[in-house]
Write a protein that binds this ligand. Sequence first.
Ligand code: PGA
Length: 249
Amino acid sequence: MRNRFVIGNWKLNGELDANAVLLADLNQKVNRESGKFCAVCVPFVYLAQTQNVLGKSNIGWGAQDISRYVAGAYTGEVSAKMVSEFGCRYAIVGHSERRAMLGDTDAVVAEKFGNAKKAVLTPVLCVGETLDERVAGNTENVVMRQLHAVIETHGVAGLSGAILAYEPVWAIGTGKTATPQEAEAVHAFLRAEIARLDVEIAAAMPILYGGSVKKANAKELFAMSNIDGGLIGGASLVAEEFLGIWQAL
Ligand code: PGA
């Protein structure tokens, strides 16, 4: 059995008072279940608050990004080691919003992936195609390119212990979810692609789906054999929605 995950991605959202309410609610209601993991990835400035509230809970936490650099004269950057000092277990790398708007090329994503692993964080590597790429029939080429950029740098063994997230760009924040069958097809493709290089790593690799997951559609997505949970944006900001998704896992 593969480990299963529901991971929230707060993006550029949050404020101390509202975070306190949301985190306390999750802390109270997320039960411990073997093989299932719940986590929230919060803005850097809220990591200390998150650690304070969730420190002894069943919920993990992480960063939404980390620097491609380790230390030095890089004003405004935050390193993998720094976030690990705040108890982070996870770091999202290669989110499509960063790839599209914030300069994360495949090569940069591979560097960030490596930095996460060196700091003993679990990288959550995001891949996914835009609508134009899907319409042009390029979904598999795009996710393969994004995946292989990491494999070329770190070897297939580098994927061991990481999490992969398939997030079609056209489904993120749009309310338009991939059907369970559409998502499953890409998940199965990604797993087969990894299995060509290492069957055991492929079998153990959690592959999460992200893109307008809500409590109303989570169960049918999570029922697919290659979908091992979800990376949740908008719905992770509403306790009742996020808890509903957790319960669907
Ligand atoms: P969404 O975002 O759930 O708001 O579509 C998912 C993500 O970007 O990780």
